[in-house]
Design a protein around this ligand. Structure first.
Ligand SMILES: NC(=O)c1ccc[n+]([C@@H]2O[C@H](COP(=O)([O-])OP(=O)(O)OC[C@H]3O[C@@H](n4cnc5c(N)ncnc54)[C@H](OP(=O)(O)O)[C@@H]3O)[C@@H](O)[C@H]2O)c1
Length: 266
């Protein structure tokens, strides 16, 4: 019997596998992965020394907890043959936009957890939204969160907020990358090479995020500390205000959340 099974070992499946192996006490011989693509299974089995199969039924029968990390469009094809085998097992779905009730149609007695990670999961730093099915015990929740926190940090929400999670942290890396690129281009305008400017912009965002996490202070408090009277920063901040940066970012999250709602209805 394996502790963990991962169905669909593409980008997200591999990120989850890497996190679990690096940051939990679960060993490679306690994990089994499956995929449609045999070359992909061979690659993962060779790289991580886990068990591999192209048979999802076999994986489910042999696993305690199952991650589902195929594409959302494949849901029916993947779950129809294994729905009954998932009775009373924890099924953690990564499928963007697929509601717990839809998964229930295929796996009525499974204990479903719906998660929305983001791309930094690939480097072990996902911001993951999590929604639990009603039939999950506190002990099972804790076990699940330990797994999810192995590839980043997670926030538990009611399922209706998963679209907001998509609009904020799901799409968030694209917003932050745009900001970093803009900051770097600002440096280029002032004479730095793009390479120098990008290094400085990236480290500035990384360092500021780390400072925020470690001090646990409100962003406005930390910002005020670096904004001296008539200094350079207040001049820069004034331009951001004029350009409505805050307004624009709030609108971006709102618009992406709305689009996520539309997509999950389609
Ligand atoms: N990447 C992200 O940043 C991100 C963020 C949040 C959520 N997600 C969610 O994560 C899921 C996976 O995304 P991804 O980017 O990792 O996709 P991906 O790289 O395409 O991985 C999916 C894997 O599942 C395999 N597969 C397809 N049908 C299967 C089946 N019936 N049984 C077993 N394996 C099967 C695919 O094989 P083939 O290639 O041969 O079809 C592929 O290797 C998606 O549902 C997505 O919504 C991704």
């Amino acid at each position: 019997m394996f502790k963990i099974g991962i169905i669909g070992i593409g980008n997200m499946g591999e990120a989850i596998l890497k996190g679990i192996l690096s940051n939990t006490d679960i060993f490679s011989d306690e994990i089994i992965v499956s995929d449609k693509n045999k070359e992909r299974i061979d690659y993962i089995v060779n790289k991580y020394s886990v068990a591999g199969t192209d048979n999802n039924e076999r994986l489910v029968k042999l696993s305690d907890i199952v991650f589902l990390a195929t594409k959302p469009k494949d849901i029916e094809k993947v779950l129809s043959p294994i729905g009954n085998l998932l009775d009373n097992k924890i099924l953690i779905s990564v499928l963007a936009g697929i509601k717990i009730n839809k998964i229930k149609k295929f796996a009525q007695k499974a204990k479903i957890v719906r998660i929305m990670p983001n791309t930094p999961a690939l480097v072990g730093e996902s911001a993951t939204g999590v929604a639990f099915d009603k039939n999950i015990t506190d002990e099972e929740k804790e076990k699940t969160l330990n797994l999810l926190n192995s590839f980043g940090k997670s926030v538990v929400v009611e399922e209706e907020l998963m679209d907001a999670i998509t609009g904020l942290s799901g799409s968030g890396p694209a917003y932050v990358l745009t900001f970093i690129d803009s900051l770097a281009q600002g440096g280029v305008k002032q004479g730095l090479s793009y390479q120098q400017a990008l290094q400085l912009a990236t480290q500035t965002v990384f360092g500021t995020a780390k400072m925020l996490m470690e001090t646990k202070q409100h962003p406005a408090v930390l910002r005020d500390k670096v904004t001296s009277p008539a200094g350079t920063t207040i001049y820069g901040l004034h331009e951001l205000e004029k350009g409505k940066l805050k307004d624009t970012v709030i609108n971006a999250v709102e618009s992406a959340t709305k689009r996520s709602k539309e997509l999950s209805k389609e």
